[in-house]
Write a protein that binds this ligand. Structure first.
Ligand code: PLP
Length: 379
């Protein structure tokens, strides 16, 4: 499943990371065109993508939802939603158990939006009741933001339960579903999500270059004139796409073509359920194999999602992450450093165009790297 060898070119390394990810050769091939921003084929691709994303969420315009695409990586999408959805004089409550929650708080701070953090440990799911209590205690909070799969650890937060409590209290609800959308089922209506943000190069398996927001139409309409930025104005971006089907500023043409193909491949795989099945298979193989090598997971198994897994460093004095990483990379297998603040961990992603056989190859490579480093066990 790695990209095809071009004459004399080395195969790309397999990426066991949270993105950019290994993509299919057909997704990469879809980019081998130069289309102008007003090209009818390109405008049709944008329209198809916006409708397909709504469809993937089980939503439609008729149900009152809209989809906007935003140039830039996932953070740009999150920033456009926060900067547009929090009303002037409003206050944002950010529910945090990892680096991406912290990033939303930072975004709000930079934008001059009044904000407050509701933190729990990185190894703990966020608590819906704590959110409700915070909202009850502070009537000035207008908006709540949370991360679905906190990629720092791989934990899946209870966004549905939280959303119901947020909506009951009449607040706006933002969900960063960057690393989960497309492979972890989430009922946006049931979860009362007003804005969901994700990006091209995560579970949909496109290439990096844009993010997208799925928005409840009523809430999106309220964003008009509220943005703290010209380029990251969510309402203006959506309005532009609605009026002539085009991006307001230079569009990521090649990325859009790749993404259109990626969405087709997702549908062929059986949509969210099909992709969830492949990623869960990768995850099961990974944790069983890593366990057999002695490695310990950072999270309790019941809180762990199947997107990405954090493993604790082995306690053996000869373990050095840079050396471990480099030796695996020399075998064309790329893992990811940890991001947890209170423990030494590294991460292995199960997403992207990766199959169980690839995971088995990674496990065999990890076993031989441990041996090369003189480490008997990952414990
Ligand atoms: C949950 C989450 N939010 C936000 C981001 C930021 O996305 P990007 O690095 O594309 O800006 C990531 C990236 O991995 C993520 O996993």
């Amino acid at each position: 499943m790695t990209s095809p060898d071009r004459a004399g070119e080395k195969k790309d390394k397999l990426l066991f990371t949270p993105g950019p990810l290994t993509t299919s050769s057909t997704v990469k091939e879809a980019m081998l065109r130069d289309l102008g921003s007003r090209d009818t084929a390109f405008i049709a691709a944008i329209e198809t993508i916006r409708n397909s994303l709504l469809g993937l969420a089980g939503l439609s315009r008729e149900k009152g939802y809209e989809c906007a695409l935003m140039q830039g990586s996932g953070t740009f999408g999150v920033e456009s939603v926060i900067g547009s959805a929090v009303p002037p004089g409003g206050k944002l409550l950010v529910v945090i158990n990892g680096a991406y929650g912290e990033r939303m708080l930072k975004i709000a701070g930079v934008l001059g939006i009044e904000c407050e953090a509701l933190r729990c440990g990185e190894n703990t799911k966020t608590d819906p009741d704590a959110v409700a209590s915070r909202l009850d205690a502070d009537g000035s909070i207008t908006t709540v933001a949370i991360v679905h799969c906190e990629t720092t650890t791989g934990i899946i937060n209870p966004v549905e339960e939280t959303g119901a409590l947020v909506r009951e209290r009449g607040k706006t609800y933002i969900v960063d579903a960057m690393s989960s959308f497309g492979a972890v089922a989430l009922d946006l209506e049931k979860a009362k999500v007003d804005f969901l943000v994700s990006s091209a190069n995560k579970c949909i398996e496109g290439v990096p270059g844009f993010s997208f927001a799925i928005c409840r139409g009523e809430e999106l309409a309220r964003c008009e004139g509220q943005a703290r930025s010209l380029s990251l104005d969510l309402f203006a971006q959506w309005k532009g796409l609605e009026s002539n089907g085009q991006f307001r500023f230079t569009p990521p043409t090649h990325t859009i073509l790749a993404f259109e193909k990626a969405l087709e491949e997702l549908a062929e795989e059986g949509g969210v359920a099909g992709r969830a099945a492949r990623y869960s298979g990768n995850y099961d193989t990974l944790v069983a194999g890593m366990g057999a090598l002695g490695f310990k997971e950072y999270l309790p198994r019941e809180d762990q999602g199947y997107i990405i897994t954090s493993f604790r460093y082995p306690t053996h004095p000869a373990f050095d992450f840079t050396e471990f990483y480099t030796r695996l990379s020399e075998k064309d297998l790329v893992i990811y450093p940890g991001k947890v603040s209170d423990a030494d961990c590294f991460r292995i992603g199960n997403i992207g165009r990766i199959e169980q056989n690839d995971v088995k190859n990674l496990l065999a490579a990890i076993a031989s790297v441990l041996e090369e480093m003189g480490i008997e066990s990952g414990a």
